[in-house]
Write a protein that binds this ligand. Sequence first.
Ligand code: ABF
Length: 224
Amino acid sequence: MTQDELKQAVARAAIDYVVDGEIIGVGTGSTANFFIDELAKIKHRIKGAVASSEATAARLAGHGIAVYDLNHVPEISVYVDGADEITAAGAMIKGGGAALTREKIVASVARQFVCIADGSKLVEVLGKFPLPVEVLPMARAAVMRRLAALGGEPRLRLQAGTDQAFITDNCCEIIDVLGLSIADPLALELQINQIVGVLTNGLFAARGANVCLLGTPEGVRKLA
Ligand code: ABF
């Protein structure tokens, strides 16, 4: 099976977690895109969706799925999204697609977080994937110094093929921190959140996944 077929399989499996008549939280990235395409097939069963990025909102709308502003939605039954790395305990690194802040906000109001990923994302220790940290542009250098003091190697994310900073949906920048071995994801998530100028970091441990559907050649494996 190709990696895309594994992603498609978990996207299909995640449909079982969709609650009829409700508003669904939808993540960002290639695996989430497969989920959106599956959701489109049952769109008559749901009220609509809250999107974690402009790209996701556009894809949902393109399928004719109503997109709601989170400010008008008091609670979401389920949030479905991918990850860059996940542990068996459900802690994740997210934000490789730069949507970490909105992903964390939508996940925070969801009763259940269903992570969908191909099997390559499962790790014992988080940190091989560079940890994304979204920062306000004026705080970039100050935050980078603090992240270096934590033992990481911070690098400003650039727009592909340029020397210009990548700009997120929130008009902020992303610092990717390389070289971390994250033994305690919750402690590091809270510690980085305390750095002034940080909007969000890509550790999802305080609110990890309740269920992870992993795509493997043997089928969809469920970690819960
Ligand atoms: C989102 O998409 C992100 O938090 C994560 O960075 C990324 C995973 O992308 P993909 O599904 O394309 O591997 O879930």
